[in-house]
Design a protein around this ligand. Structure first.
Ligand code: MN
Length: 256
């Protein structure tokens, strides 16, 4: 059992999770991709928002956004949001479903075990892409920005010294991702502290067990129409749409 699955099992009995999210038995293997959603919902004693449900009726699904495509203007433009959500993110949903189907076939003896390396890599790429995009959309809101409050603010201070220090590190990490990837603020369970990580593509150079709380997509498809090569300006702009309440809920759920 993975750390994430173990964490999830402690947070919420599986049959409750299945009931809560309307999942079939086939969904259980996909628990890591919905762990943060389920945990947040459990801790907050609320049903997940529709925008947080990335798996339904035995398939990965593209959840709708909580806001209109133009709601994050002027920081992120409407055309980028629409293409990013409806085309790019949807591609990862389809890729994850395809990989899962092929792996299920290998598991049942119908597939080609010689391709297991290919399909596990495909699942890692598309599954992580799906998971991070669901997080990314929910990490943002119109009128966001500012700084966290409450216990998340305390954790930021304890982990980085100050919010300013965190922001400097997060922006530096996001700006310096080589080629396509993500800047991530995550909760590291062994140390109990917050960490800033980069992800290359969606799934490379991670620390297993870290629960992503805040993620900024720095693939060119996330910013090129408005910002062209100026990734740093886009990262600065992103800080104005961060939903710190959403990040705080995830932090509270992750630390348990
Ligand atoms: Mn993207």
């Amino acid at each position: 059992m993975s750390d994430t699955n173990e964490f999830l099992a402690q947070k919420l009995p599986r049959r409750d999770l299945v009931k809560k999210l309307g999942l079939g038995a086939a969904a259980l293997g996909a628990a890591p991709f919905i762990a943060s959603t389920a945990a947040a919902a459990d801790h907050g004693r609320r049903e997940p928002r529709e925008s947080e449900i990335g798996f339904k009726d035995g398939k990965f699904v593209l959840p709708p956004l909580d806001y209109a495509y133009d709601a994050l203007e002027p920081y992120i433009d409407a055309q980028t949001m629409e293409l990013h959500h409806s085309i790019h993110h949807n591609g990862y949903v389809n890729g994850a479903n395809n990989a899962l189907e092929k792996l299920d076939a290998i598991a049942s003896g119908d597939g080609d075990p010689g391709l297991v390396k290919h399909w596990t890599r495909e699942l890692a790429f598309h599954g992580s892409g799906h998971s991070l995009h669901v997080l990314f959309w929910n990490n943002m809101k119109p009128g966001g920005g500012g700084e966290p409050t409450g216990e998340l603010a305390e954790a930021v201070d304890e982990s980085f010294g100050s919010f300013g220090n965190f922001a400097r590190l997060f922006k530096a990490a996001s700006g310096a991702v080589e080629a396509s990837g993500w800047g991530i603020l995550g909760y590291e369970p062994l140390s109990g502290r917050l960490v800033v990580l980069q992800a290359e593509k969606h799934h490379d150079i991670t620390v297993h067990g870290v629960v992503p709380l805040l993620a900024i997509d720095v693939w060119e498809h996330a910013y090129y129409l408005r910002y062209q090569n100026r990734r740093g300006d886009y990262v600065d702009a992103f800080m104005n749409v961060v939903d710190w309440d959403d990040v705080a809920r995830r932090y509270t759920a992750a630390k348990g």
